[in-house]
Design a protein around this ligand. Structure first.
Ligand SMILES: Cc1ncc(COP(=O)(O)O)c(C=O)c1O
Length: 396
């Protein structure tokens, strides 16, 4: 059987990372994968995480299975971090999941099973794994426009028009809560309010992919979408990831948070989501959730974590402006100052596929084909090399 299995193309982003590993040029740069790096090019373990792990080592007394929905202490903390007091607790079901991807897949499996023939609306562009996750669960994928023709700003009107004309009752509307991946372009508070009003009018179910809470403007500021949606919608879902904001990438920790119109509906909802989990990975891994819960349970660790998170956020902001300045100093014909308006680790650089190819082949600078850059991969050590390379690329 296996001799005849045809090969499938590698994941567009992970495939580039493989190629990067094989590249033996010393000056090579990997700006593809969505992992934070500090000024030394290291993806650090946060001090708050290390302290929480030490605590766990000393106090944990069993490696028994968790329940299907995960660690109870984590549920409460995940709900508070995202929803705060926007929605009463008894309407909210929380599932600890293996990363944000796990949350998306569980949501998709549940929606596909419970509402056969449902459709999901994705922004163009979006995180490349979105269409695959929903298609795997048998959900049809529709798309709404997102970026204006300049490739640098939001075309809010086009987005609203597409949703108004195409959105149907029961359609899922996937939104990036903040730090839109891959563009870094987000909606303003008032745009979120208008959009939430429209999606409610259309009877759509918002599903907020919340992979970067705290990486945009702040833990609370980044909840603008949730605030607007919770006013207009009685039911919605959030897929949170703690990979980036806690630096817990490999621990695979995320949450699916489902808001029901009332407490009684939540119970049935929970039982359906439990079924989706049980026949997938049965129950989630424990360690990441225990770390997140320990940090959020302790005032001291929480303060330390928030401080480390703001340092990561500040570094990303300053790296953006350092790069923009470096290009100005080089009298580059292209004005990169639009990067300053974007949020989070990613930026749509406006570099063309040809320029992206040239950067990889000639300079060992790896960027996703769409021109998406992981800004956190730039540091004082490689800024000049990168700026020189981009300057050359803009001239080809
Ligand atoms: C938009 C978006 N959603 C979900 C995820 C998945 O997060 P995780 O690594 O926690 O599975 C990512 C990760 O890159 C992402 O960018």
């Amino acid at each position: 059987m296996f001799e005849n299995v045809a090969s499938v193309p590698p994941d567009p982003i992970l495939g580039l990372s493989e190629a990067f590993k094989k590249d033996d040029r010393a000056e090579k740069m990997n700006l593809t994968i969505g992992v934070y790096q500090d000024d030394q090019g290291v993806t650090p373990i946060l001090a708050a995480v290390q302290k929480a792990e030490k605590q766990l080592c000393e106090t944990e007394n069993s490696k028994g299975y968790l329940g299907i929905d995960g660690l109870p202490a984590f549920h409460q903390r995940a709900r508070e971090l995202t929803l705060g007091d926007l929605v009463s607790e008894d309407r909210v079901a929380v599932f600890q999941t293996p990363g944000g991807t796990g949350a998306l897949r569980v949501a998709a499996d549940f929606l596909g099973a419970a509402f056969g023939g449902s459709r999901v609306w994705l922004s163009t562009p979006t995180w490349p794994n979105h269409p695959a996750v929903f298609a795997s669960a048998g959900i049809a994928v529709e798309s709404y426009p997102y970026l204006a023709a300049d490739g640098k700003s939001l075309d809010f009107q086009a987005m609203m028009d597409a949703i108004e004309t195409g959105g149907k009752v029961g359609d899922v509307l996937l939104l990036h809560g903040c730090c839109h991946n891959p563009t870094g372009v987000d909606l303003t508070e008032s745009q979120w309010e208008d959009l939430a009003e429209l999606s409610a009018q259309r009877g759509m179910l918002p599903l907020i992919d919340f992979a970067y809470q705290g990486f945009g403007c702040g833990l609370d500021e980044d909840r603008a979408a949730l605030k607007a949606i919770s006013v207009q919608h009685e039911e919605f879902m959030i897929c949170s990831s703690y990979s980036k904001n806690f630096g817990l990438y490999g621990e695979r920790i995320g949450a699916l948070i489902a808001v029901a119109p009332e407490a009684s509906a939540k119970v049935n909802l929970q039982s359906n989501i439990k079924r989706a989990v049980r026949c997938n990975y049965s129950n989630p891994p424990k360690h990441g959730a225990a770390i997140v819960a320990a940090i959020l349970d302790s005032a001291e660790l929480r303060a330390e974590w928030e401080d480390e998170l703001s340092q990561m956020r500040a570094r990303i902001h300053s790296t953006r402006s350092d790069f923009v300045d470096a290009m100005k100093q080089r009298d580059c014909d292209v004005d990169f100052s639009f990067l300053l308006q974007q949020n989070g680790m990613f930026s749509f650089s406006g570099l063309t596929p040809m320029q992206v190819d040239w950067l990889k082949n000639e300079r060992g600078v790896y960027i996703v084909g769409s021109g998406r850059i992981n800004v956190a991969g730039i540091s004082a050590r490689n800024l000049d090399y990168f700026a020189d390379a981009v300057l050359e690329a803009t001239k080809i």
